[in-house]
Design a protein around this ligand. Structure first.
Ligand code: PLP
Length: 447
C-alpha cells in the first residue's frame, strides 16, 4: 500500500491541524537503531534522529528498558510535591560532565521551549532587568517567550503579535548575516559581530536594562553554523563587564551531539545559564535549566515548575542514556564518524561535477551541514550562482528519501543538515553519505 492510498494517512490529513508541517505524508511505525520503518513498507536510514533527539538510535534497549521499568514503579510524582529518585540520580550523572564546575543547580522541564522560557524568567528576576538580546538566525522554540527570541524564520512569529517585549537581536557571526562571501575570514566575522553587539548596547538596549544574551553555540535552525570561540569569549567579556547573564542554549548541540558533552566546552566559556533538552532522554520528553546556586537561590519557591516537569520515566531514561554514553564510549564514536563524514562531504565538494554547487561544508561532531550555492530569494545573496538549480536542498532531501535516507534541510538558506545517531556504525554512515552524493549528482544533472 502506498502512502497516497493509506486510509490512515488520509485520516491524518483530514484531522491533524494544518499548523504542523510534515516532511512526508506517511505513518512511521517502528524505529530500530539507525533505521525507521513506515506503514507503507518503506525502511529508511535515519539521519534526522527526530531532529537530534534519538541520539543513541531508536529504542536503545537499555534506555527503553529503564523507561519500562520506571513505568512499573513510579510514572509521575510532580516536582512540587516531592523529590523522586531518577531526578536526583540524573543530577548525580550530569554534575561531573557540566562544562563548568559553577553549574550546580538543576531544574528539569519537558521541552526545550519550556526550558528557554524558564531561563528568560530567571534572567529577568535575578538581574531585575527586562531586556534580552538574541541572535539573528537563532531558534529557541515556538512558545510565547521562546518565539519572541527566535529569529531564524518569520513563519514562527508571523501573525502572532504582539510578541513578548524587550527582545533585541544582533547578527550571528555567519557570512550570510552580513552579505559577505562564504570564504570571509572568521576573525573578520567575529570582529564585525562583536562590534554590532556593542552598537546594540549603545543604540537599542542599555547594558543596565539588559538581563541576558542568549545564543546557541552552533546555530541550528539558522544554518548549522558553529560560533567561533573568539565570539563566545567576546560575549562572556561583555556580559562580565555589564553584569549581563550569558544563556547558552544547548538544546540541540548538547549531550554529545558535537563531539563533547556540551559544545561550549570547545571555547571554555562559562555559561551563567545552560539550557539542555533533545538527546538528554533519547526521545522521552525532558529538558533542563542549569545555573549556579548563588543565582538560583534568588528564585522564589513556586515561581518555577509545571505538572510534568522532570517526569520520572523521562529522568530514568536519561540516567540510562548517561550510563550508555560511558559504557559504549559514544563520544569516541562521534569523533571517528565525524571525521569520516567531513572527509566524504569535502571530497564530494571538491569533485569537478559538484564543486560549483556546494559553497560550504561545516559543523562540529555529528552536527554537520552542506550549503548549496543555488540562488536564495535575492540578487544580493552572496551565495548566488544562477547556474545551480533552484531549491537544491529540498530537492536533494526528497531524492535521498526516495533512495532510503531520511535527511532534513535547515534555515532559510539552501542547507542540508546531517544529524545521524551518535552511535551510528561506520557502514551505515558510509551508506548514507553514498546516497547523499548520488542524490546531489542526480539533481544537478536534472538541472
Ligand atoms: C536550539 C534550540 N532551542 C530550543 C528548541 C525548542 O525545543 P522544543 O522543540 O523541545 O520546544 C529547539 C528545537 O529544535 C532548538 O533546536
Amino acid at each position: 500500500m502506498s502512502s497516497a492510498t493509506s486510509p490512515l494517512v488520509a485520516f491524518g490529513q483530514k484531522h491533524v491541524t494544518k499548523g504542523l508541517g510534515r516532511l512526508t505524508e506517511a505513518v512511521m511505525t517502528k524505529g530500530e537503531g539507525s533505521y525507521v520503518s513506515f506503514e507503507d513498507g518503506r525502511r529508511m536510514l535515519d539521519f534526522s534522529c527526530g531532529i537530534g533527539v534519538v541520539n543513541l538510535g531508536h529504542c536503545h534497549p537499555k534506555v527503553s528498558k529503564a523507561a519500562a521499568d520506571q513505568c512499573m514503579n513510579l510514572v509521575h510524582s510532580q516536582c512540587s510535591i516531592a523529590f523522586h529518585g531518577p531526578y536526583l540520580h540524573l543530577i548525580e550523572r550530569l554534575l561531573p560532565v557540566m562544562p563548568h564546575p559553577s553549574l550546580d543547580s538543576f531544574f528539569f522541564w519537558s521541552s526545550g521551549s519550556e526550558a528557554i522560557e524558564a531561563s528568560l524568567k530567571m534572567a529577568r528576576t535575578i538581574t531585575g532587568r527586562q531586556n534580552i538580546i538574541s541572535m539573528q538566525g537563532g531558534y529557541h522554540g515556538r512558545t510565547f517567550g521562546a518565539m519572541a527570541v527566535t529569529k531564524s524564520k518569520t513563519v514562527y512569529s508571523e501573525g502572532f503579535a504582539p510578541l513578548m517585549p524587550g527582545v533585541f537581536s544582533t547578527p550571528f557571526p555567519y557570512w550570510h548575516q552580513y552579505g559577505v562571501p562564504p570564504a570571509t575570514n572568521e576573525d573578520e566575522l567575529v570582529q564585525k559581530s562583536l562590534y554590532q553587539l556593542e552598537l546594540v548596547l549603545k543604540q537599542q538596549t542599555a547594558p543596565s536594562d539588559t538581563a541576558a544574551i542568549l545564543i546557541e553555540p552552533v546555530i541550528g535552525e539558522g544554518g548549522y553554523v558553529p560560533a567561533p570561540a573568539a565570539y563566545l569569549k567576546g560575549l562572556r567579556e561583555i556580559c562580565d563587564q555589564h553584569g549581563i547573564l550569558l544563556i547558552i542554549d544547548e538544546v540541540q548541540t548538547g549531550y554529545g551531539r558535537t563531539g563533547k558533552f556540551f559544545n561550549i566546552e570547545y571555547s571554555g566559556v562559562r555559561p551563567d545559564i545552560l539550557v539542555i533538552a533533545k538527546g538528554l532522554a533519547n526521545g522521552l520528553p525532558l529538558s533542563g535549566v542549569i545555573s549556579r546556586q548563588e543565582l538560583t537561590d534568588k528564585l522564589k519557591p513556586g515561581s518555577m515548575g509545571g505538572t510534568y516537569a522532570g517526569n520520572a520515566v523521562s529522568c530514568a531514561a536519561a540516567v540510562a542514556v548517561a550510563d550508555v554514553f560511558k559504557e559504549e564510549k559514544v563520544l569516541d564514536n562521534v569523533q571517528a564518524r565525524s571525521q569520516e563524514l567531513f572527509d566524504s562531504l569535502t571530497s564530494l565538494q571538491q569533485s569537478a561535477d559538484v564543486s560549483s554547487a556546494i559553497v560550504d561544508v561545516r559543523g562540529q561532531g555529528l552536527m554537520v551541514a552542506v550549503e548549496f550555492a543555488s540562488p536564495l530569494y535575492s540578487a544580493n545573496d552572496p551565495a548566488l550562482n544562477p547556474s545551480v538549480p533552484k531549491n537544491m536542498a529540498s530537492r536533494v532531501a526528497k531524492r535521498c528519501m526516495e533512495k532510503g535516507l531520511l535527511i532534513l534541510t535547515t534555515s532559510i538558506y539552501e542547507v542540508i543538515r546531517f544529524i545521524p545517531p551518535l552511535n551510528i556504525s561506520q557502514a551505515d554512515l558510509a551508506k548514507g553519505c553514498g546516497i547523499f552524493a548520488d542524490a546531489v549528482r542526480e539533481v544537478l544533472r536534472e538541472g
